[in-house]
Design a protein around this ligand. Sequence first.
Ligand code: FE
Ligand code: FE
Ligand code: ZN
Length: 278
Amino acid sequence: MLTIGCHLSITKGFYKAGLDAVSIGANTFQFFTRNPRGGKAKEINAEDINKLTQLMEENDFGPLFAHASYTMNLCSDKKATREFSKMIFQDDLKRLPLLPESLYVFHPGSHVGQGSERGIELIIEAMNESIKDDTEATILLEGMSGKGTEIGGSLEELKQIIDGVKNNKKIGICLDSCHLYSAGYDLVNDLDGVLEEVDHIIGLDRLKAFHLNDSKVEYRSRKDRHEVIGEGTLGQEAIIQIINHPKLKDIPFNLETPNELEGYHQEIAFLRNNFTNK
Ligand code: FE
Ligand code: FE
Ligand code: ZN
């Protein structure tokens, strides 16, 4: 079964987001754990969560993606930013068990000129301070396009972080088709090769989630510009190959394309129509 959804707002509650998902043929969705610019997380309302959990069961949902805010930067060059980021990271992890089944996805961070080695060191340090033996959450590092001083633009960097985390049993990765292509992984001409590389460097067992996006920019451009499915440099064929690849059979996909609900609805219908890997 294809688990596919898209990024949705939870400002009107989790249940409302679930209803939106169902109305567009989705059986997962992604939400921001808090305002994308940081700040306070939404109060958790147990009744709202229970209603969503039931809706998810009735509609064969896969896990949701709980996406950290973009401003969270565990490897900032400013101590205050690092401390604030660590605080929201820890708060997110604490809240996750109270939500319906969710995978926690975060961008590793930007070293802002300190160099990747130092950046990676700081991320590992923050994760080790935050992830305890009893942390239940599945925590996924997102593979990035590698723009600017972004960490995670290569599989090797993701692997280095995973290796540095002591309690890394539940650490995995979320790949993003737009980011991979921009970072120089040629999903269009050699999807098999890219997946072999993922397996060789990190291990496919750590790949738990996928962001499905087309891209506005060329291969290896190291830019991060999402495009509607089929209208970008990846194109329909490459995206159809991804959702049908036997090695990605049980992976949940969420769209982060520039769309409103109706646009997502059409994309999901297109993907379901082209899903043959049943
Ligand atoms: Fe992301
Ligand atoms: Fe993404
Ligand atoms: Zn992106």
